[in-house]
Write a protein of this length. Structure first.
Length: 204
């Protein structure tokens, strides 16, 4: 069965897709959520984790997502059809296959991610991970390979890779890519306007 035909068949069987923004923590997922929200796509969030110094624009999290793989009841996902929800990459394997997902997968330089994560822990007064950066880089690289295989293998996923640095350097072009992929007639100009290059800290 060809890709478009398979997608149509799944749409008829499982309903409209859920837009998922994913990636490693500190890879730009919150920024992308804000872009999609500004463009006119309804978001799924509970606002329990408020904005702070590490993420001054907000985290856009939804508590039930954190229980994926633990709770058997995922019926709350039905209300997310036609909306966008944030699911960090370690939780992607736990999304049930009886839904359709359009995944925007954020990629960022891994050394920048490590630096950003360490800085966030220090800001919170927590001790940074004792694992060496070399070991963490190897772990993340292996994790991303597995996630890529997962996204390619499971028919419930359509996905688009988006580079964090390219969004900050070319916000309108990347907003247009998002609009074309998500398919909700989003406002590209407003999406680009919310991108804040000043938040590109911990550069490599």
């Amino acid at each position: 069965m060809t890709g478009p035909l398979r997608q149509l068949t799944r749409h008829l069987r499982f309903g409209a897709p859920i837009v998922v923004v994913s990636g490693l923590p500190r890879s730009g997922t919150s920024m992308t959520m804000k872009m999609l929200e500004a463009g006119g796509l309804p978001i799924v969030t509970d606002g329990k984790r408020t904005a702070d110094e590490s993420n001054p624009k907000g985290y856009y999290e939804f508590e039930p997502v954190e229980r994926l793989g633990q709770d058997t009841d995922t019926s709350w996902l039905d209300a997310a059809r036609g909306k966008v929800i944030k699911v960090v990459s370690p939780l992607l394997p736990h999304l049930p296959e009886d839904r359709n997902y359009r995944v925007v997968f954020m990629r960022r330089n891994l050394e920048e991610i490590l630096a950003s994560q360490s800085k966030m822990l220090v800001t919170r007064g927590e001790d940074p991970d004792a694992t060496s950066d070399t070991d963490l880089l190897g772990f993340y690289e292996d994790h991303l390979r597995k996630v890529t295989n997962l996204l390619n293998r499971r028919p419930c996923f359509e996905w688009l890779e988006v580079q964090y640095a390219e969004v900050l350097g070319q916000p309108e072009a990347q907003a247009e890519r998002l609009r074309a992929f998500v398919g909700h007639g989003l406002d590209v100009r407003r999406m680009a306007q919310v991108v804040d290059p000043d938040l590109y800290r911990n550069r490599r």
